[in-house]
Ligand binder design. Sequence first.
Ligand code: FES
Ligand SMILES: [Fe+2]
Length: 477
Amino acid sequence: MLTRLYAARRATREITNSDTKLRGRYKITIQTYNAIDFDKGLLDRRIFSDADIYQEELEKVFGRAWLFIGHESLIPNPNDFFLTYMGEDPVILTRDAKGEVHAFLNMCRHRGNRIVRADDGNAKNFMCSYHGWTYSNEGKLVSVPGLQEAYYGELDVDNLGLVSVAHLETWAGFVFATWAEDAPTLEEYMGDFRWYMDMMFNRLDAGIEIIGPDKWIIPANWKNPADNFIGDSYHAVISHRSATIAQANRRGGKPPAISFERPGSNEVAPGNGHGMSAFVFDTKEDFLERNIFRQQGDPELQEYVDSRFPETERRLGTTRTWHTTPGHATLFPNFSWLTNRTLRLWLPRGPLQTEVWSFTALDKDAPEEIKRKMRIQCMQSFGPSGLLEQDDMDNWRNASDAGRSMQARKYLQHISMGVGHDQHHPKLPGLSSPNMFAELPQRAFYQRWEEIMNANSWADISVAPITATFEGTSTEE
Ligand code: FES
Ligand SMILES: [Fe+2]
């Protein structure tokens, strides 16, 4: 079977009809990808391994999307900085003396040296170690050795500040940035997905703080873990079976029977390539009985979590407190999280390599002992020493690797689970599937990927309208 991706690319090089755009007197052939069949749930696996596609992703996906680059709690004080990445590009996240947050490419405007080498710290100015050009944490070039003698005072200092991101916005303390001047607002980019994100990160007046990151390299394409977190409930039953048994043994109980039905569970695709799982509960009593978000396995944690529900109800309304709970999630393209408070940045490091940044989210105003318990609970399951983390990586590596196998790449990957069963749930904004064992979010993720890869600019990229009703006081902030 000839796979569809290359067939499409070859065809667009040859034809000169609707795939060809006219610019002035010149015909420019636009290369289009045809990697995902949304209706059938079939995907060309070469998007995980092809070096040219990877380079194009860096420019078109990571050069355009709103990217999570840090959290305000990582730079709490004036003049704090945190070294981060947008795709492969190193970025300095700074808070200036007045408290304003900025993000700059970590590149000296003279010869390109990386200016900041520390992971984080506190500094008003950053001096390049090569020839000493020095920049303020607002990005201005404030000192050039030999400015009068060697440059005759003629260097255009005012226009040689650090390269800034095009836009920076914060939401619930999370800092996002984009390189694209023509990008939609962060609110538009999140769309209805923000309704779900609120349930995870916007439940409390004091907000959350994040700690970390732990960092490690995995030999897999960045899309594999992003797709695993966006919608792969299926693997958890099998891949994590040994961990499920071990956890049950530790608690002195029986592991749950293997089952592919979870009453009330859904996978959701609320638009713009984002997705997650969400549980729906008909009554508050049902919620209190079955909600895994509430079952902490520790009486003190349990009591703490229960004590915060009234505050959440005021902030997010009844539906998002007592009738739905969020699960695993990915904000397109590379920011993921789980309800156990592990947050992930999947940083691309080549077609077959990803740098994983793992943070833990804690309730900012929780007592220290509760924070300690939350942190330990999270790290026991995920992170370098986590019981479940070990199960995933090798599967992702092999799934990515199949894209470069001469034979394997002739066969399309299946993300067809639940095709034909999508619905609009009355309680859940966006498209959803009536069972968390469905690959709807993955299909939506790759459909978005393809749309962005085939676009010339944001003018060609659709932005889903916001349809959700945001109950509660949090929207007024
Ligand atoms: S490269 Fe930075 S001062 Fe020369
Ligand atoms: Fe997993």
